[in-house]
Design a protein around this ligand. Structure first.
Ligand SMILES: Cc1ncc(C[n+]2csc(CCOP(=O)(O)OP(=O)(O)O)c2C)c(N)n1
Length: 937
């Protein structure tokens, strides 16, 4: 039989190499292996291997053994005993892990040396391959599963397998304090038992069944402190959160108990501040640890909405911000050991929520990577009432991570040793390779989805098992008792003493006093109006000059030469060359950097700009080398970064929100490719950007740049959903602007930067697309060197006199250009056009003053290009009526009600647009395709 046909498998190369080594120097292999090769080639001559004189059966058993070892290493986790309830497939269910599959008998293995299986440090201990295989089974098929086969980088893969096989992170080599662990497990269980007793059925999302999560977090935090990491940033699901708050973040029992009792005097400052607070299992916390060491470390758990996994990108963004320093010009400097992001996931949500994949995708990306995030899936094998097969297509909940080449360890939550090894390996890998790691902690859920929920309606068999399954504290106590480490009854006494501590805390509770809520402070009144945003002409010119200075050997794209030249000479012209939108933006950024405020701008294709308008990065046409002017201008005193983000909205905005929360002193801007795609991130906007002040006292100041405007590009390239932002605006939680000129945009950006410390608020800016280069959008230099952000802009070029105006047309943003350039404008000298540049907070005073300036007014007309049920109309209608005190009729001119934001046909678009312009000037027009609504009169 031809040997090559029989001699197959992934380890052929290894055997040949071993044999070659033996031939070169028999002493380079161990004695057992020498013996094996001697038998195959008694005279030691190379020609005898592989040759027909060698026993085929020897070779078959050898390759079989090597392949079996490889199978155990790669797939042993499939047979590991990972489920405390023993629901998952029985061990050895995969044929690849059996002797039969590899055509082996036990005897074959007994006759082979252990060394051929390449176990570290095992040659002496395991004399034969049978022992070695058994050792491998012990390692790979026990209560821990090493899922590393998908790692392509050999150095990392070898490190991971070595870590598993040397057992260097196993408690047998790095002991755990077993009695201390019992103490901890008792504390964890007592907390849940006590709450269950005094607040039966009240939702707390008990940790029971995954209790080991807390000692695992202890281990990670202690290791982080040893490594002098400054901050551990924790994203935490609802499950077990109260236990984590109590025992990891040291939130006093009295405070938690006070929240349970929910006293009447709970802060309800709704009227004044819009404070709603949140339920107890959403609240965040932070704690300083390690003061006794030379480095202080902060453990920070941001608040979390019900929306599962939304906190993931937020935490990773926080970590990125913590790892970057921006107090000097150029690019931000990265420090890899500043923070450790740590995210605890649910098993159903890890797979089901797309934002998890979006977050994992950041893990190796420039500008987003964090030196490795540790992920623990708190896997209770259920998602509310859904079983695993109803929740995912993959075998393990963690399988998603494999696509991102993230190593995975599965650990049985009932085995503290497995859990400890898992976190130690994860942390060590993260520190060495600065990459993510996933632990799939498999346990169960003691109660229903919440404590008032009956799980036996849907999982009767599983819950029979759970009802009979002892808690881990008890299992561990029994082990310690058996090992003689504690005496009989000691564990029970410990439990009683912890329950007593809780009882005492409850007996002494003054719920109203104990309750501490982070009621947010209102910003100082009028701060936004007081900032001065104009800059001198000299400064403007200097900034522009340096922005257009390229390195001497830089080869600019020929298509950009003219534009750059125009920019370079912008201020030289006697006729006051107009400054367009993108230039205004760059000058604003440059001046903000000069003022010392760092900037981070991200978004899909934001470096160039979707509309080829920005060119924040120029690429040398000869060598692709980037040149980023805002990183090189000598005036700058702070860092600038601009990044093309991955193609994500929810994850990308979540990341920037986290970044902004962690670094509120920096101007953080996210730009949509088109504003329409913002609705992919609606959950993140609702939860983190717009309501986080009212719920949690956070004060984000993220800027969103959302290209908006109906230009006939169809339903999905026309609207950034003004109506949604306005619908969520309340109690001064955001600023919403639709600037119509470059200078206005300049002042708006500068104002935001100047307010970061005194009056931080998110800023939503609807930005132009087709009008980016329009002459009416461009501004003259004096608009930058004088004035401020104007919340309302009056009609400066009326065809007639103000006193002759009967119709005041109010509008916002893009439609202004169509109105003011319409031939009807000249024909209607009794119509004036004013712009509402800031939609929220609504500039009431300016609007009142505006109306007062038109004494002969007969009607107010709101004109928008969005459909009636969209845009600003529904928000403005009651407010405008109130403003006018119902003195004048209020008219709406715009597209009729529609479920879709815009027409698919560009011809229809033109007809409709024309028709609404006509209506704006002639309400009585017979044009059919726009809506005119008369409110009163
Ligand atoms: C985005 C989102 N969808 C639905 C829910 C409702 N919900 C709350 S918990 C839960 C099950 C989550 O299962 P899993 O992720 O496994 O975590 P577990 O509750 O089992 O710890 C569901 C569906 C939610 N909170 N968030």
């Amino acid at each position: 039989m031809a040997l090559e046909k029989e001699f197959h498998g992934p380890n052929l190369a290894y055997i040949l190499e071993l044999h070659q080594r033996y031939l070169n120097d028999p002493n380079s292999v161990d004695e057992a292996t020498r013996k094996l090769f001697r038998e195959w080639s008694p005279d030691g001559r190379e020609s005898t291997f592989p040759a027909s004189t060698i026993s085929t059966s020897n070779l078959l058993s050898l390759t079989g053994a090597v392949n079996l070892a490889w199978a155990i290493r790669s797939y042993g986790y499939l047979s590991a005993k990972l489920d405390p309830l023993n629901n998952t497939p029985a061990p050895m269910s995969d044929p690849l892990l059996t002797l039969e599959f590899h055509k082996l008998q036990e005897e074959d293995l007994l006759n082979l040396p252990a060394a051929i299986l390449n176990l570290p440090d095992r040659q002496v201990v395991d004399e034969n391959a049978y022992d070695a295989i058994e050792s491998l089974r012990g390692i790979y098929c026990g209560t821990i599963g090493y899922d590393y086969g998908h790692i392509r980088i050999p150095e990392e893969r070898n490190w991971l397998y070595q870590a598993a096989e040397t057992g260097r992170y196993r408690p047998s080599q790095q002991p755990v304090d077993e009695k201390q662990l019992l103490e901890r497990l008792t504390q964890i269980e007592a907390f849940e038992l006590f709450l269950h007793r005094i607040y039966p059925g009240k939702t707390r999302f008990s940790i029971e069944g995954l209790d080991m999560l807390i000692p695992m977090l202890d281990e990670i935090i202690a290791s982080a402190s040893d490594e002098k990491i400054h901050a551990v940033l924790m994203g935490m699901a609802h499950r077990g959160r109260l236990n984590v708050l109590a025992h990891i973040l040291k939130k006093p029992y009295s405070q938690i108990l006070a929240e349970f009792s929910d006293p009447k005097g709970r802060a309800t400052t709704w009227d004044e501040l819009g404070w709603t607070g949140d339920v107890k299992y959403h609240m965040g916390a932070y704690k300083s640890v390690g003061q006794d060491k030379d480095v202080e470390m902060l453990v920070h758990m941001p608040p979390n909405p019900s929306h599962l996994e939304q906190v993931d990108p937020v935490v990773v963004g926080m970590a990125r911000a913590a790892n970057t320093k921006t107090d000097s010009p150029g690019a931000p400097r990265y420090f890899e050991n500043e923070s450790l992001p740590l995210v605890i996931h649910g098993d159903a949500s890890f797979v089901g929520q797309g934002i998890v994949a979006e977050t994992l995708n950041f893990s190796h990306m420039a500008g987003y990577a964090t030196s490795g995030c540790l992920h623990i899936i708190a896997n209770n094998q259920l998602g509310f009432t859904a079983t695993e097969s109803e929740s995912r297509s993959s075998l393990h909940a963690s399988d998603l991570a494999k696509g991102f080449e993230i190593p995975v360890i599965h650990a049985n939550a009932d085995d503290p040793y497995a859990c400890m090894e898992a976190v130690r390996t994860a942390f060590a890998y993260r520190q060495k390779f600065r990459k993510d790691f996933v632990i799939n902690l498999i346990g169960y859920r003691r109660y229903g989805h919440n404590e008032g929920d009956e799980p036996r309606f849907t999982q009767p068999v599983m819950y029979k098992k759970i009802d009979a399954h002892p808690p881990i504290r008890q299992l561990w106590a029994e082990k310690l008792e058996k090992d003689g480490l504690i005496s009989q009854g000691e564990a029970d006494d410990l439990l009683q003493s912890h329950l007593k501590e809780l009882q005492e805390a409850n007996d002494q509770l003054d719920a109203e006093k104990a309750l501490v809520e982070p009621v947010p402070q209102p910003p100082p009144r009028g701060a936004a109006q007081k900032v001065k945003t104009a800059i001198t002409l000299k400064r403007l010119k200097e900034l522009n000059r340096f922005l257009m200075e390229f390195p001497k050997d830089f080869h600019l794209n020929p298509k950009l030469v003219r534009a750059v030249e125009r920019r370079r000479t912008l201020f030289d012209k006697s006729d006051d060359g107009k400054i367009d939108w993108a230039t205004a933006e760059e000058l604003a950024f440059a001046s903000i950097l000069e003022d010392g405020t760092p900037i981070r701008l991200t978004g899909q294709d934001s470096a160039r700009g979707t509309f080829s308008q920005r060119h924040a990065v120029f690429y040398d046409v000869e060598n692709n080398k980037p040149h980023i002017p805002l990183q090189t201008i000598p005036q700058s005193t702070a860092a600038f970064e601009v990044l093309n983000s991955p193609l994500s909205e929810a994850g990308a905005i979540g990341f920037e929100v986290g970044f902004n929360i962690m670094a509120p002193e920096r101007l953080v801007i996210w730009e949509a490719q088109y504003g329409d795609f913002i609705n992919n991130a609606q959950g993140v906007l609702d939860e983190f950007l717009l309501s986080s002040r009212a719920k949690w006292g956070l004060t984000p100041s993220l800027v969103l740049l959302l290209p908006h405007g109906n230009e006939g590009q169809g339903p999905d390239h026309s609207s950034a959903r003004i109506e949604r932002f306005l619908g969520l605006a309340a109690e001064i939680n955001v600023r919403i602007a639709y600037p119509s000129t470059a200078a206005q945009y300049f002042h708006l950006l500068r104002r935001q930067a100047l307010l970061l410390k005194t009056d931080p608020l998110p800023l939503v800016v609807f930005t132009p697309k087709g009008l980016l280069r329009h002459p009416l959008t461009a501004s003259s230099a004096n608009e930058f060197t004088t004035g401020n952000w104007q919340r309302v802009i009056d009609d400066a070029n009326l065809p007639g006199k103000k006193t002759a105006v009967k119709n005041l047309i109010l509008c916002s943003g893009r439609i202004y250009v169509d109105l003011v350039t319409s031939p009807l404008r000249k024909e209607h000298s009794d119509s004036a056009i004013a712009r509402v540049e800031q939609l929220y907070p609504l500039p009431k005073q300016e609007l009142e003053e505006l109306l007062a300036d038109y004494p002969t007014l007969e009607r107010l007309i709101w004109v928008q290009e969005e459909p009636l049920n969209m845009g600003a109309w529904n928000y403005l209608r009651p407010r405008l009526r109130q403003l006018m005190d119902d003195r004048l009729p209020l008219h709406y001119v715009g597209r009729p009600e529609s479920s879709s934001p815009a027409e698919g046909s560009s011809t229809l678009y033109r007809i409709n647009q024309q028709s609404l312009i006509e209506h704006a000037f002639k309400l009585e027009s017979q044009a059919r395709t726009s809506s005119v609504v008369k409110e009163r009169g």
